[in-house]
Ligand binder design. Sequence first.
Ligand SMILES: [Zn+2]
Length: 298
Amino acid sequence: MKKENKKIIILLCLVVLFIGIVISFLFIFLSKKEIKIADIIKNKNEENVEIYDEENKESELKEADLKPVSYNAVIPMYMYHWVREDTGNYEYPEMMAKPSEIKKQFEYLSSNNYDTIFITDIDKIYDYKKPIALTFDDGWADVYNNVFPYAKEYNIKISMYVIIDLIGTPGYCTVDELKEMRDSGLVEIESHTMSHRMLATLSRDEIYKELDESKKYIKDTLGIDTTVICYPSGSFNNTVIEIAKELGYKYGLAMDGGVHYTSKTDNMQMTRIFATRSMSLNTFINYASNARVDVKWE
Ligand SMILES: [Zn+2]
């Protein structure tokens, strides 16, 4: 072999060796880098898990710890009876609100972010900012015919108080109409007793019967556990309240007294605003503007 060929072979060997070393280095370097990248990804995931856990813990703490210690609510609660355009020969036309006025009132509440609430929502009144209650006494068919369509149109919650003995009689809602309204989730149906007699004038046994039987009827027929009693003609006394509480009623509605302040009267003697036929939209709005809830959190 010539000397020059030997040199070339040695040189080639060196080149191969060099390339080998370079490749080995690259391999080691890259694999370390991959480990690092894998570690970074792993760490990131772990960090995320930790953050997620902390967030969860925080929200759990919020739910567990932040409870309302006390609240003061001002709830304008409007009281209606009939809702119809034509008053006919009725002797108290002021008790007959106009459907066209109800529409304006609902439109106003809806476009001004009021919270229309059921009476039973007072349980968690601290969840609301501008609570308004719209209450309809006696269970007139007017509510189904002239109010319910607007409640659906403006997504407004209303409460109605049925006289059990009159359900399905001429002029009053039928059980099917009550069920349809109940199913909409917009209408709360509660007790206005069996016969609409003035409770404060009755014997203990009679009061018990009026409150107990109406509660049972509403449970059996509509599947609703009534906790609201609307006193017929606003008639109640301490005996009525005591019996009502004993039977599981938590709220009692009077007939007058204006805007309801939770700081002034308790839940068994809640006052209401008489929404008369001649009440202007401005008067309605003035009452509504009182609505507020002040909550002290723990
Ligand atoms: Zn009544």
